[in-house]
Design a protein around this ligand. Structure first.
Ligand code: DGJ
Length: 744
C-alpha cells in the first residue's frame, strides 16, 4: 500500500486511490497527485509528475539560490504562510508575539503496519496488521527548532487517506501555536462545487452547494461543539451526479470548534484545509512538548456522490466506530421523552415498559427528568441522584423491574452541565465555564462545566459510575444542550495556562469521560446527542456508534436530515424514532406507515405514548418491529445509496440499502405532497444490484439486475385525479418500502 518510489517520494495506493507526495527542491514536502488509482509508479513516471508540478506562475522567488523555484502555486502537503506562498497556511507559530516564518525540511520517514484503537483520543484504527499502513514523515525547521511529523494512513479497502500532524518544540523556550490544521489537500483545478451540511436546531445537516471561485468558502464552528449549523464535513463535486464523476471530501474526527475551508487562488487552484478553528485558539508549546492535531480524512471517489457515500460509510463503520456494534444488534429503543416529557413516575414508566415489551421493543430508555428534582429543564443538572419522588425504591430497583421484563435499561445524562440550584454548583462555583466579567450568558437555565479541569471530569464520573452500576445500565443517552459562551476556564487561569487552550482542552475532557466510562463498561451502548444533532461528528461516532440526529422527529423533516447526514455518516449512526402525530415539532400529521418506513432506515426506536394508541396502530407497530428484527442487520449495517435528489426541498426521496453481496436490498420511496395529473411512468434506477443476478420484487415479478440498474423499479402509482381504480398511493405523505431478493 505504501510504495517508496525514490528515497524521498511516496506513493500511497490501493485498488481505489493513489496519493503521491515528494520532497520538493527546497526540502519541503510537495503534493503530486490524489485521485483514482494509478497502479505502481516507476521513477520515470514520478519524474513526469514532478516536472508538471514544478511549473509555476509565481514571481517572488523562494530564495536567491533556488533559481525560479517558488511556492506561490505549488501543491504542498503542509504549507506555511510567509515565504513566496501568499495563501493561508496550515501552521502558524508565534514566539513572544513575533510571527515565525517557518521552513520545514524533510528528515526521515517510518512506515508502520499497525494502528490500534485507543480510547484516549478519537482516530481511525485498524485491526491486525493487514488493514492499513501509516507513513510518518519527519520534517525539521532548524532555525526555529521545531519538529513537524505528518502522518498518513492508507487502508486496504477504502478510498481515503487519514492525516494528522504533531509539532514538537526542540528549542529552549515556549512558543505559541496559533493555528495547526489537520489536513491540507491541493487540487489542480477548481471545476467543482462545494457541498456542505448546514442547518439549525430541528433541521440539521441539509445539503447545500456553493460555487468555487477565486476566494475562500469556509464553514466553521465557534460553539465549543461541531454544532447544529455547520458540520466539519465538506465535499467537492464536479457535477452533483450521484453515480459518476470525481468527488473529493474531507471530514474531521473531532467534536469541538473547527474550520473547513477551500481557498481558490488566482490560478484556479483550490486548497482545502480542515482542522481546529484557529479563532480563539492558541496552544503554548513548552520546550520538549508535543501538540497533536485531531485526525482528518480525505476521501476520493470516481463514482459521484453515491461513490463518496460508500467510502464515508465504510470508513466510519469499520475504522472509526467500535466494531463490536457491527456484530451486536442495535436494540429497538423505547424512549419516554416525547411520551411523557418531565411528567412521569415509576408506575407510569412501568406501564409504558410493559406495553413496549409486548410490542417487541428491546431497550427502555428513561430520558431527562429522573434525577434531583427535575420537573422542568431549569433545575438539577449535575445532581445525578435519583429523584425518590418518582422512583421511591431507587433506580436500581426500577431497573431491575425493567430487566425482569426482558428489556435492556437505558438512562439519560447531560454530564457536561450544571444547574445553579445544585450542591455541585454551590460547592464549586469555580467549576463553571465563566469569565470573571460580571455578565455570563445562561442557556436553558444551565451553565457549562469546566471540562478542561480534570477534577471536574473526575467528580462527574464519581456520580455517574454508581448509577451505571446500580441500574446495570445497557444504554446511556449522553445529551448536551447548550453551547459555550464567554469561554474561560478558572482552572487554566489557576494553572497559568492560556485561555486560548480552553476549547480544545474542554473537548479532550469530554473524550476523557467517554474513555473512563467505556473502559469500565465496554459493552455499554452510548447514544450521542446534543439538543438533537448539535454534535453529530466523527469524534463522537468513535465513542457513540449511534447519535440522536435531530430533535425533529417528523418523518418528512427526517427525510432531508437523513439524506444529508448519510453523505458523511453511516446509517448505523442515525437513530430514528417513530413519534406521535400531530408531530411535536412541526404539528404535521403523517401516517404511521410513513413514519415507520422512514424510521426503519438505521437504528429504530419509538418515542410516543404507546398506552394510548388504537389497536390497529399497535398492530402495525408490532408488525413493523417483527419485520425490523428480521431485517435489522441489513437496515442498520447495509450499504446505503441515494436514488434521487439530495435537495432538502425535493418532493420525492428514495433510498436503498443492500447487503454486502447484493443478494438482498430494501428500497424506500417517499413522496411528501401528492401531485395531480402526473405520469405513472417514473422509475427508480437501482445502483446497488448485481447485474448478473435476478431479483424478486416483494411477492411480484423476477427481473434482472441489468433491468433494475438501467430501467429501474417502477414507483407506485399515485392517485392523480383520474386513476381511482388502479392508484396504489393516495394523498400526501406517501411511502412504500420494497424488498428485493436475489433468486440466483
Ligand atoms: C434534547 C434531546 O435532543 C431530546 O431528545 C431530549 O433528550 C431532551 N434534550 C431532554 O431534555
Amino acid at each position: 500500500m505504501i510504495e517508496l518510489i525514490d528515497d524521498h517520494s511516496f506513493h500511497l495506493h490501493n485498488d481505489k486511490i493513489s496519493y503521491v507526495l515528494t520532497v520538493m527542491e527546497n526540502g519541503q514536502l510537495g503534493h503530486l497527485y490524489y485521485g483514482k488509482a494509478l497502479g505502481s509508479l516507476t521513477t520515470t513516471e514520478l519524474d513526469y509528475l514532478r516536472a508538471q508540478a514544478s511549473k509555476s506562475a509565481g514571481t517572488v522567488k523562494y530564495s536567491p539560490t533556488t533559481g525560479n523555484f517558488n511556492l506561490a502555486d505549488r501543491a504542498q502537503e503542509y504549507p506555511v504562510y510567509g515565504s513566496s506562498d501568499f495563501r493561508r497556511g496550515a501552521l502558524d507559530v508565534y514566539a513572544d508575539n513575533d510571527p515565525w516564518y517557518l521552513d520545514f525540511s524533510y528528515q526521515s520517514y517510518t512506515i508502520t503496519d499497525t494502528k490500534p484503537r485507543s480510547l484516549a483520543q478519537p482516530a481511525t484504527y485498524a485491526v491486525g496488521n493487514q488493514e492499513a499502513q501509516e507513513l510518518a514523515i519527519t520534517l525539521v525547521d532548524q532555525v526555529h527548532q521545531l519538529k513537524l511529523v505528518t502522518y498518513y494512513t492508507i487502508f486496504r479497502a477504502h478510498g481515503v487517506i487519514a492525516r494528522r500532524s504533531t509539532l514538537t518544540n526542540l528549542g529552549a523556550s515556549s512558543v505559541m501555536i496559533q493555528n495547526m490544521m489537520s489536513a491540507v489537500l491541493e487540487l489542480p483545478d477548481d471545476q467543482f462545487e462545494m457541498v456542505n451540511l448546514a442547518g439549525a436546531w430541528l433541521k440539521e445537516r441539509h445539503v447545500k452547494y456553493h460555487n468555487l471561485a477565486q476566494g475562500t468558502v469556509a464553514v466553521e464552528s465557534l460553539k465549543g461543539a461541531s454544532g447544529h449549523q455547520h458540520n466539519p464535513f465538506i465535499a467537492l463535486t464536479r457535477s452533483r451526479s450521484l453515480t459518476t464523476g470525481d468527488v473529493y471530501a474531507s471530514n474531521l474526527i473531532y467534536s469541538g470548534n473547527f474550520l473547513s475551508q477551500v481557498e481558490v487562488n488566482e490560478w484556479h487552484k483550490p486548497r482545502l484545509m480542515t482542522g481546529i478553528s484557529p479563532a480563539y485558539f492558541g496552544w503554548q508549546l513548552a520546550p520538549a512538548a508535543t501538540f497533536s492535531t485531531p485526525e482528518a480524512l480525505l476521501y476520493y471517489s470516481a463514482d459521484g456522490l453515491n461513490g463518496l457515500m460508500a467510502e464515508t460509510q465504510a470508513v466510519a463503520q469499520q475504522q472509526i466506530a467500535d466494531r463490536q456494534w457491527q456484530r451486536r444488534p442495535r436494540p429497538i429503543v423505547f424512549n419516554n421523552w416525547e411520551a411523557t416529557y418531565f411528567n412521569f413516575d415509576e408506575t407510569k414508566l412501568l406501564t409504558l415498559a410493559q406495553q413496549a415489551k409486548q410490542l417487541g421493543m428491546e431497550c427502555f430508555v428513561v430520558d431527562d427528568g429522573w434525577f434531583g428534582h427535575r420537573d422542568s429543564d431549569r433545575t438539577s443538572l449535575g445532581d445525578w441522584r435519583v429523584d425518590h419522588r418518582k422512583f421511591p425504591h431507587g433506580m436500581g430497583h426500577f431497573a431491575q423491574q425493567i430487566h425482569d421484563l426482558g428489556l435492556q435499561m437505558g438512562l439519560w445524562f447531560e454530564p457536561e452541565m450544571v444547574s445553579p440550584d445544585t450542591p455541585l454548583y454551590r460547592d464549586h462555583p469555580d467549576w463553571v465555564v465563566r469569565h470573571p466579567y460580571p455578565r455570563t450568558a445562561i442557556g436553558r437555565g444551565q451553565y457549562v462545566l469546566d471540562f478542561a479541569n480534570p477534577a471536574v471530569v473526575t467528580a462527574i464520573y464519581a456520580q455517574i459510575k454508581p448509577v451505571i452500576e446500580a441500574a446495570q445500565l445497557d444504554f446511556i443517552k449522553w445529551d448536551m444542550n447548550r453551547n459555550i459562551t464567554e469561554a474561560y476556564s478558572p482552572y487554566l487561569a489557576a494553572q497559568g495556562l492560556p485561555q486560548t487552550e480552553f476549547f480544545h482542552r474542554y473537548i479532550l475532557g469530554v473524550y476523557d469521560l467517554y474513555q473512563r466510562i467505556l473502559t469500565d463498561f465496554p459493552d455499554l451502548l452510548i447514544e450521542g446527542c446534543a439538543g438533537g444533532g448539535g454534535r453529530f461528528d466523527l469524534g463522537m461516532l468513535f465513542y457513540s456508534p449511534q447519535m440522536w440526529p435531530s430533535d425533529d422527529s417528523d418523518a418528512v423533516e427526517r427525510l432531508s436530515i437523513l439524506s444529508g447526514t448519510t453523505l458523511a455518516y453511516p446509517l448505523s449512526a442515525f437513530s430514528n424514532h417513530v413519534s406521535a402525530v400531530p408531530n411535536d415539532q412541526v404539528g404535521r400529521m403523517t401516517p404511521l406507515k410513513m413514519r415507520q418506513n422512514v424510521a426503519d432506515f438505521g437504528p429504530l426506536g419509538y418515542e410516543l405514548d404507546i398506552t394510548k394508541l388504537p389497536a390497529p396502530e399497535l398492530a402495525a407497530i408490532k408488525a413493523n418491529i417483527d419485520f425490523y428484527q428480521q431485517h435489522r442487520e441489513l437496515l442498520v449495517n447495509g450499504h446505503f445509496q441515494q436514488l434521487q435528489s439530495l435537495d432538502p426541498d425535493a418532493n420525492t426521496v428514495a433510498w436503498s440499502v443492500a447487503n454486502a453481496d447484493q443478494s438482498e436490498l430494501f428500497v424506500g420511496f417517499y413522496r411528501k405532497l401528492a401531485t395531480p395529473n402526473t405520469s405513472v411512468l417514473n422509475y427508480l434506477k437501482l445502483p446497488n444490484v448485481a447485474v448478473n443476478r435476478h431479483y424478486q420484487i416483494d411477492d411480484g415479478p423476477i427481473v434482472s439486475g441489468q433491468i433494475l440498474q438501467q430501467f429501474g423499479l417502477r414507483e407506485p402509482y399515485q392517485f392523480n385525479g383520474a386513476n381511482a381504480d388502479t392508484a396504489e398511493l393516495r394523498g400526501d405523505f406517501q411511502s412504500q418500502l420494497y424488498h428485493l431478493v436475489a433468486v440466483d
